[in-house]
Ligand binder design. Structure first.
Ligand code: HEM
Length: 457
């Protein structure tokens, strides 16, 4: 089906997991697989029922099945209570954690600030942030690796801070970095979280800890919100969220709701994009033919200048590289677990009422029924010709259906600008002898960072 242009090595030893997961000291272990608990059959069959220490769950890998859960029968598959409470402790009633009428109203209210026209208006700020970031790589000592995963996190944090808070972004970025690190630690889930008496106690302790780590951030956001309310009309996301009105009811959001959305946007919006960027550099370094084709496109379209929003439609191969990297390493490899409110049938498999449902981009993107050579990095899969006829639900790095990522277009714009700017100037190589391992905690990142040698092209 797909033209194979960039052969490259097989990816870092990943192979489908064994028929039964390998439990080691209560944990399942595989350094190349963020979802080692999911059995091999899930990569070969449309829907698989799997036993686990916390009860049976159904892995839905088939695009038609994904469509059933995310779109056709979406009302039957809300997020699980545990996930809502866990996310709720960080995001309050933000889009990721709310359901029902609150979610519907906030999603409508927030649509305009994420629409293409608004997104294009954030592009010049992104270009400036990448230009500033270049000094950091310009000054990197030759032959000494830099941690590209850490650098991409800083850059994406800077970009989202500026998009949300314009000139106040620098102050908020640092505060947010500290809060997110504390909150991520507090969200670790263990088997004890599934024991009825313990789970309530553990969740209450977690909620208290998260409230503490966000106290400083909340104080600054409250101050900036009041300032914006007194001088409306700004173009940053915070001003737009404060001014936004629900198209159906005409209602706006309270200061607390705006705070919840801001935290959601920060957390959902920068770590995911940073993870995607880190994997892009890693994959390009392993696939010189793809890298050469990327460089050729950038040279032809931009000729050394910084990209503008109008250039992005002309960067077709650059976009394909990003898309293929997110197929192999979807930043949120497991999206979230859903629960079946009523019995249902997915791809001929009976789903009992109350069943847990796992739709995992990692599984769907590497499914043997839908992708040729699933482990190979082949950006050409995403050319117009090769993608024609492919189900929309076979490729879900941003999820799908009504709860699809609201920031997808912002993220694509950001990644195009970052990649187009930096790949024009630098070539990256993995630090000699470094073995990449995966670390999965909501997002999937290179464990312990990604040491790479940066050189000027
Ligand atoms: C490469 C970057 C990104 C990836 C891979 C990604 C992925 C996702 C996925 C898979 C979901 C759906 C989760 C589910 O179904 O449970 C989601 C939702 C969401 N994302 Fe993103 N995201 C990215 C960037 C962003 C950015 C830049 C923002 C904001 C600036 C953002 C904000 C959100 C929000 C608010 C939701 C919740 C939407 C809702 O439930 O209505 N994301 N994202």
């Amino acid at each position: 089906m797909d033209a194979r242009v960039s052969e490259g090595p097989r990816l870092a030893g990943w192979s489908p997991p064994p028929a039964k997961p390998v439990f080691r000291l209560g944990r399942i272990h595989d350094p190349q697989n963020p979802m080692p608990q999911i059995i091999q059959a899930a990569y070969e069959q449309p829907v698989v029922r799997q036993a686990s220490p916390v009860g049976a769950f159904y892995v839905v890998g088939d695009p038609e099945g994904v469509k059933r859960v995310f779109l056709d029968n979406v009302a039957n598959y809300p997020k699980t209570d545990m996930e809502r409470r866990l996310f709720g402790a960080i995001f309050g009633n933000g889009l990721l954690s709310s359901e029902g009428d609150t979610w519907r109203s906030h999603r409508r209210t927030m649509a305009p600030p994420f629409a293409p026209l608004s997104v294009a208006s954030y592009a010049p700020g992104m270009v400036r942030d990448v230009a500033d970031f270049q000094t950091c790589w310009d000054q990197a000592p030759a032959d000494e690796p830099v941690d590209v995963a850490r650098d991409m996190t800083r850059l994406t944090l800077q970009i989202i801070s500026r998009a949300v808070f314009s000139t106040d972004g620098a102050e908020l970025g640092e505060v947010m970095e500290r809060s997110i690190a504390g909150a991520m630690d507090a969200t670790r889930i263990g088997l004890a979280d599934f024991v009825p008496v313990l789970s309530g106690l553990r969740m209450a302790a977690r909620e208290k800890r998260i409230a503490e780590v966000f106290a400083e951030f909340d104080g600054v956001v409250a101050r900036l919100t009041t300032e914006r309310e007194h001088s409306p009309g700004g173009a940053d996301l915070l001003s737009r969220l404060i001014a936004a009105r629900d198209a159906e009811t005409g209602g706006g959001m309270t200061a607390q709701e705006v705070r919840d959305q801001v935290v959601t946007i920060f957390v959902a919006g920068h770590e995911t994009t940073a993870a995607a960027m880190a994997w892009i550099w890693y994959l390009l370094a392993q696939h010189p033919l793809a890298e050469a084709r990327l460089h050729a496109e950038l040279d032809a379209v931009l000729g050394g200048r910084a990209p503008a929003a109008e250039d992005l439609p002309n960067l077709g191969y650059t976009r394909m590289v990003i898309e293929e990297a997110m197929r192999l390493y979807p930043p949120a490899p497991g999206t979230s677990t859903r629960i079946a409110l009523q019995a249902d049938e997915i791809c001929g498999v009976k789903i009992p009422k109350g069943a847990m449902i796992c739709v995992a981009p990692w599984v769907t993107h590497r499914h043997r029924l839908y992708w040729d050579r699933p482990e190979a990095f082949e950006p050409e899969r995403f050319s117009k010709e090769n993608a024609a006829g492919r189900s929309r639900f076979a490729y879900i790095p941003f999820g799908a259906g009504p709860r699809v990522c609201i920031g997808a277009s912002l993220a694509m714009t950001e990644m195009l600008i970052v990649l187009a700017t930096l790949a024009q100037r630098y070539r990256l190589a993995l630090a000699p002898g470094h073995e990449v391992e995966l670390f999965h905690q909501v997002t999937v990142r290179p464990k312990g960072g990604l040491p790479m040698i940066v050189s000027r092209r």
